[in-house]
Write a protein that binds this ligand. Sequence first.
Ligand SMILES: C=C(O[C@@H]1C=C(C(=O)O)C=C[C@H]1O)C(=O)O
Length: 277
Amino acid sequence: MTETAPTTLADLRSEIDRIDSTMHALLMERSSIIETLIAVKKTQVSGSAFRPGREADIMKRLALSHRGLLPLDTIESIWRTIIATFTYVQANYSVHADVSGGDAAMRDSARFHFGFTVPFVTHEDAQAVISAVAESAGDLGIFRMDLGASAGVWWRDLIGSDRPKIIARLPFIERRDHPAGTPVYCIAKPLADAAVREIVLYAARVERWSDALRAGLAQHLAEVSASAADGSHLSLLVAASGESDQAAIRAALAPAGLSDFAEIGSHAARFAFKPTR
Ligand SMILES: C=C(O[C@@H]1C=C(C(=O)O)C=C[C@H]1O)C(=O)O
């Protein structure tokens, strides 16, 4: 009979040391391709290294293959820090946030999604965030989506081809009890060919609201993501499937007295995660 040696604490710790050294070496190896990546992506020309569609795909793949004792929260926050920091070293950027609705949720969201190396800059209102992003080389701005009408009609400042646009909706992985689950829209200067268009966002202004409008929008896989009074009108932030025809969405809003309609960004589709046991 062969006897197996008892596993000692020292043995287990040396196994942990081996795994840590491997993980560290792999991260350093991951970072060693950054310079080539900058050249291949022509980051210096565009000034921005963000590829939100690719980031969403990475997060989805991780969530789908995750098993074992370690909470998905931990994996998600580690990879968000890796990805955000790898983007930062390609082209430095800051994350600007409107904290008029409270600092804590925005800071949690920014730190969870961008880590601590990327600077976090607070502002008193949404306009200041949009101006800071518009004036920067490649910064990001984040907006809380769950404040309702009290947040005002910040999205109208994104209208115009040279204005910042929504490029992502965070968190990428949605689930109950997400540790940084505050839904936020992320803006950047237009990403041109790097934008992902699974969901396309529009700013619309109507004279009145009715439940029939909601049904009309739903027929074209569109919904109102935010709304607020805008003088005597109502301003809407409409989120529609990238497959939907823009003209059909306009037509669905026409009975409400649509006075203007403009695309203000796009992002990856939501990925709802249901844990399997
Ligand atoms: C590395 C890239 O740049 C950024 C960083 C990523 C990463 O670290 O995996 C992914 C997407 C980009 O936002 C890339 O475009 O692949």
